[in-house]
Design a protein around this ligand. Sequence first.
Ligand SMILES: [Zn+2]
Length: 89
Amino acid sequence: MLTLQCSCYGTNHFWGEQETSHDEGYGTCPSCSKMQLQKANDILDDVIILIESKLQAEKLKIFSNRTLESKRNFAISAIDKGLITYSFN
Ligand SMILES: [Zn+2]
């Protein structure tokens, strides 16, 4: 564990592990990580609503029985495959 500086706000210091995705001494603090995860999940939940609106009744019934995690993974897969594009307004 090291003292790291949050790369989101720059002034937030926290204890954490150095990750290769950040420059040395920098990271994403737990508060910012939680906020980023919430934003990502909000986007995925919007994509799930879009997917559900396009499914025929029989497939919608099957999709609706999936867990939220499974629906979010399906949404990620659809975005990764380029089946759905998402833009920020
Ligand atoms: Zn932060």
